[in-house]
Design a protein around this ligand. Structure first.
Ligand code: HEM
Length: 191
């Protein structure tokens, strides 16, 4: 990612286009959003392997300006929420992202999920009435939504990737979405 490399304005567009079908498949796997504790538990359990992969893949040798997207707290929040719901918290070991661009592609899946989580957290509000233990299982969503400007900032960073890094970013986003999908729909085939 040197300064002399060509800037490519469409990294976000390409990552989005490459993963749109999988996002639609995820929406279809939760057609009404999170309308039961089982849905909520599946959702948290599906995001844990992605959060773990992103935390484990980060390398301090990578450009310092990317460090703000490294966030190991997500893993702690997800584990705490799953424990509060008495649900297992499994995180399978995955080969690390090989390049910063691949890792940023994976971050796209997590950072973007905060947009959908704005809607989904209202569903979780409603679940608390039905199951009071859900009140103690909301750390992850609160953490994800803590900074409303974060998505715009992240999207700008991803979009600024040079053209020769876009394929890696697409690969990372596909890997990230596939992890979530596999855990949300264990017998499904990712789009
Ligand atoms: C389960 C894991 C999920 C993941 C990993 C995920 C991921 C993403 C990503 C990456 C984006 C950003 C798209 C972009 O603008 O490029 C996004 C946006 C969005 N997602 Fe999801 N999503 C998930 C589930 C859901 C569900 C179940 C819903 C249904 C309510 C949903 C609704 C949305 C909405 C409304 C947006 C914002 C679209 C916009 O404002 O442009 N997501 N999500």
């Amino acid at each position: 990612m040197g300064a002399d490399e060509t800037r490519h304005a469409g990294a976000l567009h390409e990552v989005r286009a490459a993963t749109r079908a999988t996002h639609e498949a995820l929406d279809a796997a939760l057609p009404d959003g999170l309308h039961g504790v089982d849905d909520y538990t599946r959702y948290l359990g599906a995001l844990l392997p992605l959060a773990q992969w992103l935390a484990d893949s980060w390398s301090p040798a990578w450009p310092e300006e990317l460090a703000c997207w490294y966030d190991s707290e997500r893993v702690d929040c997800l584990r705490a929420d799953l424990a509060a719901l008495d649900a297992p918290a499994s995180g399978s070991a995955m080969a690390s992202a090989a390049t910063p661009a691949e890792w940023l592609g994976g971050c796209y899946v997590m950072e973007g999920s905060a947009l959908g989580a704005r809607v989904l957290s209202r569903h979780v509000d409603a679940l608390v009435n039905e199951r009071p233990e859900v009140a103690d299982a909301r750390q992850f969503m609160r953490h994800l939504g803590r900074d409303p400007k974060r998505w715009r900032c992240f999207a700008g960073r991803l979009d600024a990737l040079p053209a020769d890094a876009v394929a890696d970013a697409v690969r990372g986003a596909r890997r990230g979405f596939a992890m979530v999908y596999r855990n949300l729909v264990p017998h499904g085939v990712p789009a």
